[in-house]
Design a protein around this ligand. Structure first.
Ligand SMILES: [Zn+2]
Length: 175
């Protein structure tokens, strides 16, 4: 009798313990509070321009004091952020669509796996071709993955390492 009630008590505790927010990034946490309609809109936006991680990267660059251009159409792959005088380009890639290696967001949906596989391979091939074309033309390229936007301190370090220090000069402001 006593034993049984203890067992059900501990089972109840165990069932309560898994916390959905333990491993959630701030972005995931934000997504939890967004309505389903808004969320699917966001999921669609991941493939388009001006996505949430991209806004995070741009506002971080601005805070750090860098001047940049966005989406220069004449460059291969139309990089998300471009530093023309430094000849450096940044792509902000969604982990799912662009297949961030080893990332949990880069899962493959269970249904229509052939469809997804073809789609992913096409995306990755296009990304690689754009990077190769840019590098062949003397550009340095940095990929910022969507999940990296959840850690602004680390991302700031990565961006500064890639770009070198921001320069406050009249010429740079026009960069
Ligand atoms: Zn990722």
């Amino acid at each position: 009798m006593t034993h049984d009630s203890n067992a059900s008590g501990s089972e109840r505790l165990w069932r309560q313990s898994p916390s959905p927010h333990v491993s959630a990034s701030p972005i995931d946490h934000l997504m939890d509070r967004i309505s389903p309609e808004r969320r699917s809109e966001n999921m669609r936006a991941i493939r388009g321009r001006d996505t949430r991680p991209e806004r995070i990267v741009r506002s971080l660059l601005h805070t750090l004091g860098y001047r940049y251009r966005t989406h220069l159409a004449r460059l291969p792959g139309r990089p998300d952020v471009v530093f023309t005088r430094r000849r450096k380009a940044v792509f902000v890639h969604g982990c799912f669509w662009h297949r961030h290696p080893g990332c949990t967001k880069a899962y493959t949906p269970k249904s229509r796996q052939d469809f997804w596989q073809r789609k992913f391979e096409g995306n990755v091939a296009r990304d690689e071709a754009a990077i190769r074309a840019l590098e062949n033309d003397g550009w340095s390229v940095l990929i910022v993955w969507e999940c990296e936007a959840a850690n602004p301190d680390r991302l700031a370090h990565t961006l500064t390492n890639f770009l070198g220090p921001p320069i406050y000069s009249a010429r740079e402001i026009n960069d």
